[in-house]
Design a binder for this molecule. Structure first.
Ligand code: AMP
Length: 389
């Protein structure tokens, strides 16, 4: 492992090496949000053309791509056009229909695979995958009917979180419960859809590991990131995470094992709880992640560079953390404040990234700021000053 906590691992070579795609090739991306935008920035900088498929008429990724196909994610005509225009296709969001990826896969290389995406889309499949691969996670039970809650609750420790199995994000579709009755109420309020009931984890810290695994099976991890949330939405990230070497080593090792067990190709983000020296897996995202945005300014290669490299069948790059970093998400909340003034963001002291979204809304991710420097406390002061505006 590097002194900054990044690491290379060759634990598995099941992945199949591919003929590399070089600059001039065209890369497709399903999804038109900020992750697609930053992927397009990285790809075009390296000389690739980028085609975005996004049903919205305009958006963060479409605005910067070489071409925009305005079709639904399961529109056969749109997918055919994408396949005919591209040399490889990736996705920027996990709820992309797996069947669309399967269709594309018949024509062009697709990473991540539909199988990996299907696991990440469903909390039960995800947690079952962890358990089947002896990867640590908190106790959980599947709830398909309200009657399942009674028995499931009996196996919890008195406090639990009920979450919809699919389509939950940024704290939506989940509730912390202190009784079976509360869990039943939450289940009904979610519309009686399939849920997972999981034991509440009294964690010390939440961390994530973002990694890239290439088609040779080599894994390159970014350092462990420490994540803080506000109202269920990621607020700040501190890198490297302020954890012991033991915890950091465990987090990276578990992340590598997981990526290899999935035979994953592409960029994978893994969210974990830290309790003492123990790590418990929370969830995975089959794409670059908000907690990896600091890599745009603080590491030798960004998570989006890695997405391009791995999609092109090229080796994932070795990662070096140049300096510690703190990332602050800019939500619509900040921009909507009457007291907000753009001059409170001093771009000579930090790196501003905005996603080009037309309308600021509460809870909407509008951009982020990376503070990079030797002294994390000083970086956090910069964040606090901004948050007070
Ligand atoms: P998730 O959508 O699973 O990432 O959950 C969103 C946030 O809710 C997490 O980042 C945690 O802060 C919190 N959370 C989720 N599951 C649990 C749990 N089992 N125990 C404690 N907190 C949790």
């Amino acid at each position: 492992m590097g002194s900054d906590g990044s690491a290379t691992s060759d634990v598995n070579t099941k992945a199949v090496a591919r003929t590399p795609l070089h600059p001039g090739a065209t890369l497709g991306v399903l999804g038109g949000g900020q992750l697609g935008r930053m992927f397009a920035h990285a790809a075009t900088q390296m000389g690739y053309r980028v085609v975005v498929l996004d049903p919205a008429e305009s958006g963060p990724a479409a605005e910067v791509a070489s071409e925009h196909l305005c079709y639904g994610y399961d529109d056969a005509e749109g997918l055919k056009r994408l396949a005919s225009m591209c040399d490889a296709v990736t996705t920027e969001f996990e709820n992309v229909p797996a069947d669309s990826l399967r269709f594309l896969q018949q024509h062009v290389p697709v990473s991540p695979t539909p199988e990996a995406v299907e696991i990440a889309q469903n909390r039960i499949r995800e947690k079952t995958f962890f358990v089947n691969n002896q990867l640590p996670t908190n106790h959980f039970e599947r709830i398909v009917d309200i009657a399942d809650i009674e028995n499931a609750w009996a196996s919890m420790s008195g406090k639990a979180v009920i979450k919809t199995t699919q389509l939950g994000y940024d704290g939506k579709g989940q509730r912390v419960c202190s009784s079976a009755d509360e869990a039943r109420q939450a289940f009904e309020s979610f519309g009686n859809v399939e849920c997972v009931l999981e034991d509440f984890v009294a964690f010390d810290l939440e961390v994530s590991v973002v990694l890239a695994r290439d088609s040779n099976g080599t894994v390159q991890t970014f350092p462990v990131v420490e994540n803080s949330h506000q109202n269920g939405i990621l607020d700040t990230c501190v890198v490297p995470a302020r954890v012991s070497d033991v915890v950091s080593g465990k987090a990276l090792a578990i992340a590598c094992e997981l990526a290899t067990a999935l035979d994953y190709v592409g960029v994978l983000a893994i969210e974990m709880f830290v309790a003492g020296d123990n790590i418990l897996l929370n969830e995975i995202a089959p794409r670059p992640h908000n907690s990896g945005h600091y890599t745009l300014d603080a590491t030798s290669y960004s998570q989006f560079d890695q997405q391009v490299l791995t999609l092109c069948g090229l080796p994932a790059a070795t990662v070096e953390l140049y300096q510690p970093a703190v990332m602050l998400n800019i939500l619509g909340d900040l921009l909507l404040k009457e007291s907000f003034d753009w001059s409170s963001i001093d771009s000579s002291q930090c790196h501003l990234h905005m996603y080009g979204k037309a309308e600021a809304r509460v809870g909407r991710k509008m951009g982020h700021i990376n503070f990079v420097g030797e002294d994390v406390d000083q970086l956090l002061e910069g964040v606090a000053t901004l948050q007070m505006t």
